[in-house]
Structures are given as structure tokens and as C-alpha cells.
Design a protein around this ligand. Structure first.
Ligand code: HAM
Length: 423
């Protein structure tokens, strides 16, 4: 026997009935972005490797350890996108969107790839829903982006998460702060690898999870205490706007994002029901990224929400967003009514009623079992005698009640009944 085949390690797949919840999560997260005027972007899934090296940063785990990189037949180095922001900026520059109305507001969704050690909520093929707003440094835009994410989660019914925000400063206040931090780190007892990391990006050391390192970092200087006046005012305005629209948040001055492009406002949504992989979404400003990638000096802000982790968060909170039934009607033909029943199923579908049909000439008992398993609200039984009378037997799968309904009235009857069931 040939070997059984499996999906690669760390690749979650979503099949019915879970996939309905997965799609509902996607749609719920996208709705507030659409309502705020973000346009959809369908983007490259692989890019030139240099885009991520330049855009995301060599000191990050994402670039240094986790990229799926391949050489194509033309000898080019390509990488499966580990994140979305660098690709969006590349595309905006390439297609000249930055020369039109600003800010450019885009949303995107799909798979991203990181060669991480797989565990619950940490995958190698991960799904994100993201937005990017490019070309304005108005604090109202920061508040808009953060609120879109918060509204998306809340519209799913999620409550067990918190929003953490901070400011990472700018090209004015970051360099002197960096010097302070480098001087502080120089006085610590760190291993060689950590010292190298500190040389590349000292901020990243603040994210060290090892207790012996953490203990040494207790008194480390934090950028939030060293912001320039502009960054401090910007952060105060963002927080004020969040307060004004009821978006609860806490300041986490020790937040370290996994990507190097962040400046000023940065944020993370953390869910308590997911164990170690608690970050359900995150984002922030990246005011130098566009220039770094060869475009104009435009600022930007965005987020990536983990759809897999949001799905897990819904599970953890007992939420099943999306249609509560997969089907409205299940047509059960008996004997010679088979062909008429197939036509009827098409007619019902065209009337907007989600309909399946018992195929293969099963007997009444087997077909009714199929109706039961299908999860449909109604079974529509149609036999030879019904055909002659021009009716179908409509059986409510919830109450067992059965009524003969004229075929001509069937779709309007079902639509009325379904409205009563799911107003
Ligand atoms: P990120 O924080 O690296 O940001 O990823 C965003 C979200 O994707 C995380 O909060 C998490 O929910 C999910 N995620 C990341 N890695 C995994 C994984 N291995 N398995 C499952 N879920 C994962 C970004 O990617 C930025 N591009 C976000 C952004 C957009 N910043 C500005 N604009």
C-alpha cells in the first residue's frame, strides 16, 4: 500500500463545520475595515527575498531564522511572505498609489509563512487579516486602525482579550535612547549571542524570555520615558481618541514587536485563553519603511490579526460565529419523483434557499437520515403521489411537523418559515 500522505507540519486546515467559523471570523474582522473605506488588495504570496531583509530587518527572528526561501529556475532568491506590510508598501510604490489621494487605505488577507516550531496556535502557514494606511501621521489614523481591530474582535463576541499600546519613538528620540540602552546593556552579564543581538538591535534584548536575563533588565531604560515632545504629544492624542470612543487599553512600555520597522504607536491584542501563543493581533506605525523600500518619505500604520488565533480565541470563549445551520432545505425524492426533485432543488437554490438533495435513489429511511445529518431546517419529501397532486411534504426537522405545500408556493413558504426561525 502506498504511504499515507499528510499536510506539512504546522499547516492547519479548516474543513466543515470549522471552516464556516473560520470564514465568519474573516468576514467579521474585515467588516469594520470596509466600513472605514479600506480597499481590498490581492498581493504577491512570494517576493524577492531582499524585500523582507530590507523591510522587516535582519535582526528579527522572522528574517534570520524563519523564512521559507527558495531559488527559482532563473537563479532568483524568492521568499514566501512571512508578513504583509513590506509587500503592501512595495506594491503601493510599484503601482504609484502613493501619488494619488492620501492616506492610501488597503486591507488584505491570506496565508503567511514562518518556519517556527509548531505548537497550539503557532503555525508555519498562518492566516492573517491586515490593514495598512499610508501617507498620514495624523493620530486620528492610529486611533482608527486600532479601533477597527478592536471592533472586529468585539463583533465576534470576544471579551477575554486586552489591548496593549505603547510608543517606540521616532528618528529624533530613538537614537539617544538607543545609546542609553546600549550603555545599560554593556554593564550586564550577557552571553555572546545576546551581545551580538544587542549590537544589531538593542531593543530586541528587552524581549528576552530567560529569567536570568529578565532579572537583569528590571531597571533597563524604556523608550516611553524618553520620547521627544512630538512623539509624547502624538501618543497622548491617540490614547485620548481611544478613550473617547470607549476602546479600553493599557500601556505596556516593555512591548517589543517581532519586526524592526515600527516607530511611534505600536499595539498588541493579547488573549488570555490561548496559553503561550496569546498574541491574537498586533501592529503599529512604520514611518521610515516606505523610504527604506525606495519610495517617498511617507508614514504609515497598520496591523495584522491572526485569523487562526482569533478562531482559537472564539473556541476558548465558546463562540461559534457564522451561520448556525449549513443548510435550509434537504430534498428527499421517492421513486419516480427523482428528476422533478432535482429540478426543484435548483429552483429553491435560485430562490436563495440553501438546498441539498438526497442522491442515489436511497429509500425514505436512509434519505431522512441524510436530511437529519445535513443539519437542514426542513426536509422536502416528494413522492409520486405528491407529484400528481402538485405538492411536496415539508417536514420541520426541529418539531417533526409535516405539511403538504403546493409546489408553486414552496419557495415563498420556505422563505417565510426560515425568517420565523432566524429573524
Ligand atoms: P506580527 O505580530 O508578526 O505582525 O503578526 C500578526 C499576528 O499574526 C500575530 O499577532 C499573531 O496573531 C499572528 N501570527 C504571527 N505568527 C503566527 C504563527 N506562527 N502562527 C499563528 N499565528 C501567527 C505582522 O505580521 C505585521 N505585518 C503586522 C502589521 C501590519 N504591522 C503593521 N502593519
Amino acid at each position: 500500500m502506498p504511504d499515507k500522505l499528510y499536510a506539512p507540519k504546522g499547516v492547519p486546515e479548516y474543513l466543515p463545520p470549522d471552516s464556516a467559523v473560520f470564514r465568519a471570523v474573516h468576514e467579521a474582522l474585515a467588516a469594520p475595515a470596509v466600513a472605514a473605506g479600506y480597499g481590498y488588495a490581492e498581493l504577491a504570496v512570494f517576493e524577492d527575498t531582499s524585500l523582507f531583509v530590507r523591510g522587516v530587518g535582519e535582526s528579527t527572528d522572522v528574517v534570520s531564522k524563519e523564512m521559507y526561501t527558495l531559488t527559482d529556475r532563473g537563479g532568483r532568491s524568492l521568499t514566501l511572505r512571512p508578513e504583509g506590510t513590506a509587500g503592501v508598501i512595495r506594491s503601493v510604490i510599484e503601482h504609484g498609489l502613493d501619488r494619488g489621494q492620501l492616506p492610501v487605505k488597503l486591507w488584505y488577507a491570506g496565508p503567511f509563512f514562518r518556519a517556527e516550531r509548531p505548537q497550539h496556535g503557532r503555525y508555519r502557514q498562518l492566516q492573517q487579516f491586515g490593514v495598512e494606511a499610508i501617507g498620514s501621521d495624523d493620530p486620528a489614523l492610529d486611533a482608527e486602525v486600532i479601533t477597527i481591530a478592536d471592533d472586529g474582535y468585539r463583533s465576534l463576541g470576544l471579551t477575554g482579550f486586552r489591548l496593549e499600546v505603547t510608543s517606540l519613538g521616532c528618528a529624533v528620540c530613538r537614537p539617544p535612547y538607543r545609546e542609553l540602552l546600549v550603555a545599560f546593556l554593556a554593564g550586564l552579564d550577557l552571553d555572546e549571542e545576546t551581545r551580538l543581538r544587542a549590537a544589531l538591535n538593542p531593543l530586541r534584548v528587552l524581549d528576552d524570555k530567560r529569567p536570568e536575563v529578565r532579572a537583569q533588565l528590571a531597571d533597563a531604560p524604556l523608550i516611553i520615558d524618553h520620547l521627544c515632545a512630538d512623539c509624547a504629544a502624538h501618543f497622548t492624542e491617540v490614547r485620548g481618541l481611544l478613550d473617547a470612543t470607549g476602546v479600553q487599553h493599557v500601556v505596556n512600555p516593555r512591548m517589543v514587536r517581532g519586526l524592526d520597522y515600527y516607530t511611534r504607536t505600536t499595539f498588541e491584542f493579547v488573549h488570555d485563553g490561548l496559553g503561550a501563543q496569546s498574541g491574537i493581533g498586533g501592529g503599529g506605525r512604520y514611518d521610515g519603511l516606505m523610504a527604506e523600500l525606495g519610495g517617498q518619505e511617507l508614514s504609515g500604520i497598520g496591523f495584522g490579526l491572526g485569523v487562526d488565533r482569533t478562531f482559537l480565541a472564539c473556541q476558548a470563549e465558546g463562540l461559534t460565529p457564522g451561520p448556525q445551520r449549513a443548510l435550509d432545505a434537504y430534498v428527499v425524492p421517492l421513486g419516480e419523483a427523482r428528476l422533478r426533485a432535482a429540478v426543484l432543488a435548483t429552483e429553491l437554490r435560485r430562490a436563495g434557499i440553501r438546498t441539498d438533495l438526497a442522491y442515489g435513489g436511497r429509500g425514505l429511511k436512509g434519505a431522512m437520515k441524510g436530511a437529519d445529518r445535513s443539519g437542514a431546517a426542513f426536509a422536502i419529501v416528494i413522492g409520486e403521489r405528491d407529484l400528481v397532486a402538485g405538492v411536496a411534504q415539508v417536514k420541520s426537522m426541529d418539531t417533526g411537523e409535516q405539511t403538504a405545500i403546493p409546489l408553486d408556493d414552496l419557495s415563498s413558504h420556505l422563505i417565510r418559515q426560515l425568517k420565523e426561525l432566524h429573524p
